[in-house]
Design a protein around this ligand. Structure first.
Ligand code: UFG
Length: 340
């Protein structure tokens, strides 16, 4: 079976391509290299011994996308391609709506006319806003996210639900909590452009001396130590969930519409300070930090109830926080060696 993976050279995309190839799927990647690099393709080949087909273009180029569907018998799509910087999305809302939603719609147009099913969408726990009840299950009420990025995720979900119902197709919406870590080979990981927004890449660069100090955004939250709490999920575990979700869609041969939604997390909340301490312990390094005021738009606490994914996909997170953070440091060492 051939799976189109958009954004397949990106952070979660590249790890998922490896898992797909390891499970004997054929993979066709479309990635515009806006937040990824070509060497990732070679590294995927080194890890798996297989070379996916790769097309470097922006999914808004409808005519190029149609050519990919003409050239390959596509059986499904995992759609990672999207702009994802929360802060930037507030400054460039029109660009975010265009990039994230037009690309989705262009793929769905191809799916519609060619009668293809099996679509997996990268969504985010941001669709719950600050949920009232922890852990968060899939029935928690959706709140319109504050960020434009988050809004594109919520709108994307809605578009897909309407698509599945109208054309009797099968989709899976995967709501990620906070993905972290790198491939155990040390050859794939997150490549933040410029100053990282996210916690773990910033911790990694601070430990490496690229940044002077980590700013911890707020220590007066009502949590165990005053810093905000998230559910940090190892990226390889997350990648495996995509394969499980895809297999479930493929195995369902009924002609009915399917809309599966899963929260993908560990079920455990960790505070910012706990992450910093775990990183230090896992890698025997120091992470200098300072306490600053809260970051605008941040929620206090979010962690998943992953029971539905465990029940229906036979999937659960397997890797501890410390183990995940060890892979991050290996990745930084790999990047240091590449840059030297
Ligand atoms: N944090 C710091 N210092 C930093 C970076 C982050 O203290 O330099 C803190 C944040 O304040 C937050 C926690 O670390 O409490 C995690 O922050 P991230 O930016 O890594 O992750 P977020 O939970 O804020 O954002 C993530 C995804 C977004 C998604 C959002 C939904 O990165 O894509 O969850 O809540 F929209």
């Amino acid at each position: 079976m051939t799976i189109l993976v958009t954004g397949g050279l990106g952070y979660i995309g590249s790890h998922t391509v490896v898992e797909l190839l390891n499970n004997d799927f054929e993979v066709v990647i479309v990635d515009d290299l806006s937040n990824s690099e070509r060497f990732i393709l070679n590294n995927i080949q080194e890890i798996t011994g297989k070379k996916p087909v790769f097309y470097p273009f922006d999914l808004r180029r409808k005519e190029l996308l149609a050519q990919v569907f003409d050239a390959h018998q596509i059986d499904g799509c995992i759609n990672f391609a999207a702009s994802k910087a929360v802060g930037e999305s507030q400054l460039k809302p029109v660009d975010y709506y265009e990039n994230n939603l037009f690309s989705l719609i262009n793929i769905l147009q191809e799916f519609k006319t060619r009668e293809i099913s099996n679509f997996i969408f990268s969504s985010s726990c941001t669709v719950y806003g600050q949920a009232d009840v922890m852990p968060i299950d899939e029935n928690a009420p959706l709140k319109m996210p504050e960020s434009v990025y988050g809004k594109t995720k919520q709108m994307g979900e809605q578009i897909l639900i309407d698509f599945a119902k109208a054309y009797h197709r099968k989709i899976s919406v995967l709501r990620y909590f906070n993905p972290i870590g790198a491939h155990p080979s040390g050859k794939l990981g997150e490549l933040p452009i410029g100053v990282p927004d996210n916690l773990v890449p910033y911790v990694m660069q601070t430990a490496a001396g690229i940044r002077e100090k980590l700013s911890i955004w707020g220590d007066n939250y009502p949590t165990q130590d005053g810093t905000a709490v998230r559910d940090y999920i190892y990226v390889v575990d997350l990648a495996k969930a995509h394969v499980a979700a895809l297999k479930k869609l493929i195995e369902d041969t009924s002609a009915e519409a399917v809309v599966d939604t899963y929260n993908l997390g560990t079920g455990k909340g960790s505070s910012v300070l706990e992450v910093v301490k775990a990183f230090e312990k896992a890698n025997n390094v120091e992470v200098p930090y300072k306490i600053c005021s809260r970051r605008e738009g941040d929620i206090t606490i979010a962690y998943a109830n992953p029971e539905k994914a465990e029940r229906e996909l036979n999937w659960k997170s397997e890797t501890s926080l410390e183990e995940s953070l060890r892979t991050v440091w290996e990745w930084q060492k790999y990047l240091n060696a590449r840059n030297s």
